[in-house]
Design a binder for this molecule. Structure first.
Ligand SMILES: [Mn+2]
Length: 421
């Protein structure tokens, strides 16, 4: 499609939407203020740049061995830049604590400091993007029992509490440096393969430790703490300390954000339905877009009904300004930049689709009790030319249209990724 036909199609879409009372220009304007945080761990299969005493580095379980993954922070940042250039709008970079740069020196998790993230901060400043941050409570000898902040051993708990406190300090300084709050997500894998006899004890330890982590007050202008629940994981099938209820109750009572990950709930449980219920009690939410497939919570997010329903609920609640949105998945079986781009563009499309919904019209039908019209229109509206609005948004943002980004990724793969040792 050339620019002329993109503009022409947009003009037609604009008048079609106007018939239903929707202003497409305004929807695009709203899109421009949405930042999606891209997870660094998709770029290198959650390995990170830690150096242990023997000079080795660890990693979490990923599947796939697609060639060309980033082996150091410079490569990862280059990959990020390429991906950002193929996505409309301005996004953020989401860094895990294990992506520190220590110049070959062993620095344990309870010793991390801001200086090890200086390159990330300088890079973000130069690229005019914001950073988000995450505690890394996995792939470590002190997480071997399956528990971190709810371990029965106080020394283990102290170690991870110190890690998280340092992460908060780093995140607050990142936020201060970028003039925008840094979102710090707290997730820990604590749980067990088989059912414990004392769930209560673990959860009490969990909240006591979290209270110690959050003890120091930081301005929310610098750091926003979020706590993420999970249903289960591999090897943690029967009991997760940070279950949905544990985390929701904690987050609401401590006035921090709760994180809803699309892959962390029962397969038929609607995360969309949680938006309006949670926002009655919380100021803000963090959303992790992902895609659960059977027992895996971390497939690349695509345009599923779940994703569309989630963003519809956010927009219908007029809550775009009350949510932070981040990707959370890792797939080592496909091109890693493509994974970022597919996931971000799918998430953006779901938001744009929601922004283009003829909301007033549907609301009128609902208030009149005309549920027939509500259902009929909701289904018909799926076929309005929202992809013409998307293409126009890509065009004015300087991002590739349709599948054109894939050619760029293939070229980068040939020129850069496949040449990596
Ligand atoms: Mn997540």
């Amino acid at each position: 499609m050339n620019t002329k036909s993109i503009n022409q199609r947009y003009d037609e879409a604009k008048s079609m939407y106007a018939e239903y009372g929707v202003d497409t220009d305004k929807a695009i304007q709203n899109m421009q203020s949405v930042e999606i945080s891209l997870q660094c761990w998709q770029g290198d299969d959650v390995v990170g740049f830690e150096v242990d005493e023997k000079g080795l580095s660890g990693g979490i379980m990923t599947t796939g061995n697609y060639p060309g993954k980033a082996k150091n922070a410079d490569e990862l940042r280059n990959d990020y830049e390429k991906a950002f250039s193929l996505i409309p709008g301005k996004q953020r970079a989401n860094i895990h604590a294990i992506y520190l740069e220590t110049d070959g020196k062993f620095v344990d998790r309870d010793q991390i400091e801001l200086k090890y993230f200086k390159n990330w901060i300088d890079w973000a400043k130069q690229k005019k993007i914001a950073l988000d941050f995450n505690t890394s409570m996995f792939s470590h000898a002190k997480a071997a029992s399956g528990y971190t902040i709810s371990d029965y051993d106080p020394a283990i708990r102290d170690f991870w509490i110190e890690h998280a406190k340092r992460c908060r300090d780093i995140a607050a300084k990142m936020g201060e440096a970028q003039g925008k709050s840094c979102l710090l997500n707290h997730w820990m894998p604590d749980g067990s393969k088989d059912a414990p006899v004392d769930r209560f004890a673990r959860r009490k330890l969990f909240i006591q430790s979290m209270d110690r982590i959050l003890d120091k007050e930081y301005s929310k202008d610098f750091v926003l703490d979020a706590l993420e629940s999970k249903l289960f994981g591999i090897g943690v099938e029967s009991f997760t300390v940070g279950s949905a209820e544990t985390v929701l109750g904690y987050a609401i009572s401590r006035n921090i954000l709760v994180t809803y990950d699309l892959g962390h709930f029962h397969p038929t449980e609607s995360i969309a339905d949680k938006i309006s219920s949670t926002l009655l009690y919380a100021d803000r939410l963090l959303l992790h877009t992902s895609r659960g497939v059977r027992w895996d919570s971390d497939h690349v997010v695509i345009q599923t009904d779940d994703l569309f329903a989630l963003m519809q609920e956010v927009v219908r609640a007029d809550a775009l300004s009350r949510v932070n949105i981040a990707l959370d998945f890792f797939d080592a079986s496909i091109n890693r930049l493509a994974a970022w781009i597919i996931g971000t563009r799918a998430t953006q499309k779901a938001i744009l689709f929601a922004l283009l919904e003829p909301h007033e019209l549907l609301l009128g039908k609902e208030e009149e009790g005309d549920t027939t019209a509500r259902l009929a229109l909701l289904d018909e509206f799926k076929n309005l030319p929202w992809s013409d609005v998307w293409n126009y948004y890509c065009e004015i943002s300087g991002a590739p249209l349709g599948d054109k980004w894939l050619d760029e990724v293939k070229k980068y793969e040939k020129d850069v990724l496949f040449k990596r040792k």
